[in-house]
Design a protein around this ligand. Sequence first.
Ligand SMILES: [Zn+2]
Ligand SMILES: [Zn+2]
Length: 267
Amino acid sequence: MVCARLRRSGLGAVKASLDDRIARAAELAVAYPAARDLLTFYRELALLQKPIAEELRSRETTDILALLPYFPVLLKLVQRAGPPVLAEFGAKALQSPDTQTQLLLAFQEDPDRNVLASSDEGRFYARVLLQPWAEYLASREPADQTTTEPVCPFCGARPVVGVLRGEGDGAKRWLLCSMCATEWQFRRVVCPNCGEEDKDRIPVYTASEFDHVRVDACDRCKTYIKSVDLTRDGHAVPVVDELATVALNIWAENQGYLKLEPNLLGL
Ligand SMILES: [Zn+2]
Ligand SMILES: [Zn+2]
């Protein structure tokens, strides 16, 4: 109730719930046929994340191993509806509870030092389960929003997308964490990767098909992040609209820019 009221009044950053994300994925799968398969798969993943989030909240548990029972259903879902490369990885590398446990625990320590966790496929499986866990943790002790850093003030992960909202005499930018969905304000005219502030070296690209999503690029470090402009589409759900506009990723990558952080589907 409170969330709905805040959203309507347009005050500050109000996070999209899993229900919002699920509904938006269904809506955009129809609106953007080129991204239909992606969005349909994402929607199924979000439908799996929902009961995880609910269980963690109702049991008030922060134990990462509470995620373990969800591995078999995730593996089955990917077998049925996911890309073959992910299905094969799951069938080969993630069948035993031991390796599943190792993968989850690697993210509490250093994922780069674990063979499974540092692979794109391993990171995909871990993130599907860890996102609702990290989001629950972040909801228990909200992070300091006054940070000026380009990484999440709660969990230290990089942002997956920017969010523009109108406020006072100009829209402000938030960055949305790729792991725990925390949002924090970040200056608009600065590259979140290398700190470049020269306007001429941080071009903004737009495409007529996607009026409310833009590419914020940097010519110094050659990275980009997309931003969803909620002043142009108040119904957008940033993490979902980011996925739906995968055509912009392809365009940006053809121009020689590398994405600051891949989304849940590794794009
Ligand atoms: Zn985070
Ligand atoms: Zn840069």
